[in-house]
Structures are given as C-alpha cells and as structure tokens.
Design a binder for this molecule. Structure first.
Ligand code: CDP
Length: 245
C-alpha cells in the first residue's frame, strides 16, 4: 500500500456497517487502497475472541467465563507484512489468529461471543484506540452507532439476502450450496440484529447504500463519492495523486 496517506487524514475515519456479506469488507478494502489508508475490519476481533475461547476450551455460552478469559488475553492489531495489503492482523497472546478466523466453528460461534456485553466493552475500547490513529476505514456492525459515533462519514451497506448468500457461497472454497449458506446467513443476521448489546442497526446519520445490483467497482465509486462529500478535506486532486502513486 501507499505509505504516504492523504495529508491531514490522521484525524479522519470512515465508519461502514452492515449485515453479513453486504460488501463491507470488500468495499472498505478497496476504499482504503484508493485513499492510501488502512482497513480495520472489527469483525476480526470478535472472531479472534471466539477462536481464543475455543482453543482455551471455554464454553461459549458461559458469558462470565468467556468475558474473564477475554479480559486476561492480550489482543494486538498490526499491519499485515505484505506491503500491498491494507489489512490488519490480529494477535492473541502473541499468536497470529488471522489464519483461523474463517474456520466454520469460529463462523458459527462468533455471534454468541459478540452478544456478550462485557466482551463488547473490551473490544470497543481497543477499537477506539486503534481508530484514533486516523487514516482508517473502520468496518463492523456498531461502528457508526457505538464505536465511532462522531465519525464524519458513515455508510450502511446492504444487499438482498439472496445476493448476500450467493456472494458468501462463492467466497467459500468448500463448495457450500447457496441454500445452506442462505440459512446460515439468515441465522447470523437474526442474532446480530436481535441481541441486546449493540444490535446491528444503521446510525441515524448513516447513508444507506444497497449493493444488490452494483458491481464491486460501482459500490466503491458510490461509497467514495459519499465520503468525499462528507469529508471535504479529501480533495480529489490528492486522491488522484495517491491512486497513481
Ligand atoms: O464478514 P462478515 O460480515 O460475515 O462478518 P464479520 O464482519 O467478520 O463479523 C463476524 C461477526 O462478528 C458478526 O456476525 C457479529 O456477530 C460480530 N461483529 C460485531 O458484533 N460487531 C462488529 N463491530 C463486528 C463484528
């Protein structure tokens, strides 16, 4: 990635929220590339917390035990070593959790861990400290509402359930069929939307963007236009220089 981000972006963050496979991470990653920023996908933290509980043998339904474990665990975020990457790796107690975060048991366990209020409080604190570095696209479920309520630009991405299930099935190399992916997607969405602690909802001042009929490039163009309107400091000339540089 470009190491000289848009000048002045140290104060800047963009919040992107949305349900499973709405395009948050793909759109966020491409936006980060265009702007010379970093992508902070906060989902990796809830996945890493789930992985930590599973590898330490803590039952995910035991809220207090999970919260105690997470409180005692050291979470660290660091830029991926590949210089082309805009993503962060997450380390737990010194071990890079990134290779394990998409495992099926993590995928199915994560909404349970993400629903524990005291786990969320710990994660949000780390996320706010990370985002304070600026020049960052921050992606999740509660970024515009809880983590960064003052973010200058907030986008809520969505897409129809069928489109999202198709995208997720195509991403999974296991050859999972669309019908079962649709069910799993609906289950995880329902849990994220109905939990008491920071349920998935759009912030009142978020701009909604439905990506069902958009290609990735069109979605990124639309998101970039929203950001430039909301953050006038990002002059287009600067962006073009970064893009070509
Ligand atoms: O990529 P995908 O949308 O499938 O998931 P993710 O962004 O990696 O998030 C995985 C899970 O973590 C979500 O289903 C939520 O339960 C939880 N999560 C959350 O509660 N709050 C966030 N800010 C990010 C993720």
């Amino acid at each position: 990635m470009n190491d000289s981000p848009v000048s002045g972006c140290q104060q800047q963050v963009v919040a992107i929220d949305g349900p499973v496979a709405s395009g948050k991470t793909a759109v966020g990653r491409e936006l980060a590339r265009r702007l010379g920023w970093r992508l902070f996908d906060t989902g990796i933290m809830y996945r890493a917390a789930t992985w930590q509980a599973q590898r330490r043998g803590v039952h995910l339904d035991e809220d207090e035990s999970v919260a105690d474990l997470i409180r005692e665990s050291a979470f660290q975020l660091s830029p991926q070593s590949d210089s082309e990457s805009v993503d962060l790796d997450v380390y737990v107690d010194g071990d890079n959790a990134t290779p394990y975060l998409r495992k099926p048991e993590v995928e199915s366990g994560v909404p349970t861990v993400a629903a524990i209020a005291s786990v969320r409080a710990l994660m949000v604190e780390i996320q706010q400290a990370q985002a304070a570095q600026g020049c960052m696209i921050v992606v999740g479920r509660d970024i515009g509402t809880v983590v960064l309520p003052d973010a200058p630009a907030k986008i809520f991405l969505d897409a129809s359930e069928e489109v999202r299930a198709r995208r997720r099935a195509a991403e999974q190399s296991s050859g999972a069929d669309e019908a079962s992916v649709l069910k799993a997607t609906q289950r995880r969405d329902a849990r994220d939307r109905s939990r008491t602690a920071s349920p998935l909802i759009a912030a009142a001042d978020a701009i909604r963007l439905d990506t069902s009929r958009l290609t990735l490039e069109q979605a990124v163009d639309a998101a970039e236009a929203i950001i430039r309107k909301r953050i006038p400091a990002l002059a287009s000339a600067q962006s073009d220089a970064v893009r070509q540089g």
